[in-house]
Design a protein around this ligand. Structure first.
Ligand SMILES: C[S@@+](CC[C@H](N)C(=O)[O-])C[C@H]1O[C@@H](n2cnc3c(N)ncnc32)[C@H](O)[C@@H]1O
Length: 390
């Protein structure tokens, strides 16, 4: 076995034994005509013990196979020498990138900063291990997600799953030991406050963080209901405030969340996060009218814009790429990932950004990329870029 391949597999085995393993991906298939596209691996705990669960992603379906830990060495060696040129191991300490060029014997191993700081949930039976439990949960009942006896209502299963997924994804970027206390969060466009309540619950009750969470919402009756419920369930640090995202004071914010804030309201929220120097910004954008309208006027894009759904998706991709680049420009390590789609909300993109550098000045190479992208798509205005004056 080549040295670097051997070292990579050892890192996989070590991360499993010291419980720092987060995920494994194999990609860049050797046989381009093969139906097998990529492979994703995670650890799961089943009755018989720990297993590496590999999802083989084919063109039209996925096949999952679970492997005992002592077989992993051979399985990975086979997969990497026969099926894939590339692999990434994510641990809570580092990310290991392994690659081989076609027709070359040597493997190259590079080590990067970790993007996940907590090991993901390992139980196979997710219902038992949700971060937000339904049982004896007074706010879930108050929000009409669960019944009085703690069962999730049939028509609220998607919402409950979505809330848990969101909390899990935020949890992945947090480093509880390094969090300032009290930790200050602003939820921009909080609506009924499903996520404000769940995040408050997770941080204060599961992670024992002293926090204050301000839920900003335009609609007065939602603010009144939110405050009533927060007082009733004893969430003293959770306060709903009637107001507009764009007027939220720019100070003392450690984390900004904005889920499904319409169109440029997401930009307003990100802007306020960047300007207040928030450590963490998490948003799930919703409708991309500002960029879509400009694409409509662009003759060169008419092959795309004549199809409504493609126009929508293109606007989404361009807008969220600009947002991710602007966040990178302002020193945030940014990830764009799939969140969770429901029947009610097909929007399923989540942007997470964690502050890495604090120079204050934007990094020019990202600003240049934004300009190039706007030029390519004939976009004149994008709210976040305008607000940042870049
Ligand atoms: C689609 S809902 C999402 C609610 C919540 N974040 C969630 O994901 O469950 C968007 C909410 O943002 C509020 N909103 C829209 N624009 C706003 C603004 N500029 N300032 C404050 N709230 C706003 C709306 O009233 C609405 O309740």
């Amino acid at each position: 076995m080549s040295d670097q391949l051997h070292i990579f597999i050892n890192h996989v085995l070590e991360s499993i034994s010291d419980d720092t393993f987060a995920s494994l991906s194999l990609m860049n298939k050797r046989d381009k005509s093969s139906e097998l596209r990529t492979l994703r691996g995670k650890l799961i705990e089943i009755k018989k013990g720990l297993r590496l669960s590999l999802v083989f992603r084919y063109e039209t379906n996925d096949i999952t196979k679970n492997f005992e830990v002592d077989k992993i060495d051979r399985v990975l060696n086979d997969l990497l020498t026969k099926d894939f040129f590339q692999a990434i191991l994510s641990t809570t300490h580092k990310e290991y990138h392994l690659s081989q060029k076609a027709n070359k014997a040597n493997w190259k191993l590079t080590i990067k900063e970790a993007k996940l700081y907590r090991v993901p949930e390992r139980s196979h039976d997710k219902t038992k291990n949700r971060l937000i439990k339904a049982d004896k949960n007074a706010y879930l009942h108050g929000l009409e997600i669960s019944t009085q006896d703690g069962n999730i209502r049939k028509d609220k299963q998607d919402k409950y799953r979505q809330i848990n997924k969101f909390i899990e994804l935020i949890d992945n970027v947090l480093k509880p030991d390094e969090m300032k206390q009290p930790y200050r969060i602003v939820d921009m466009g909080a609506g009924k406050g499903y996520l404000s309540f769940a995040l408050y619950d997770h941080l204060s009750n599961n992670l024992d963080i002293d926090l204050s969470l301000e839920a900003i919402e335009l609609r007065g009756h939602l603010v009144r209901n939110g405050n009533e419920l927060a007082r009733a369930v004893g969430f003293d640090g959770l306060v709903f405030k009637e107001g507009a995202i764009e007027n939220t004071p720019l100070k003392d914010i450690d984390m900004v969340i904005a889920l499904h804030a319409c169109d440029t309201a997401t930009d307003d929220a990100i802007f306020r996060g960047i300007k207040s120097g928030a450590e963490v910004i998490v948003c799930s954008p919703c409708c991309h009218k500002q960029v879509r309208k400009q694409m409509e006027a662009n003759e060169a894009l008419s092959v795309i814009t004549k199809h409504g759904i493609l126009k929508e998706r293109q606007a989404e991709i361009v807008t969220d790429t600009i947002r991710a680049l602007m966040l990178e420009a302002y020193g945030y390590q940014t990830r764009v990932m799939e969140f969770i789609a429901t029947d009610h909300t097909p929007k399923n993109l989540l942007i997470t950004a964690v502050k890495k550098t604090r120079s204050g000045l934007p990094i020019q190479k990202y600003l240049d990329k934004v300009e190039a992208l706007k030029k390519q798509f004939g976009i004149e205005k994008q709210q976040l870029q305008q607000l940042l004056g870049s």
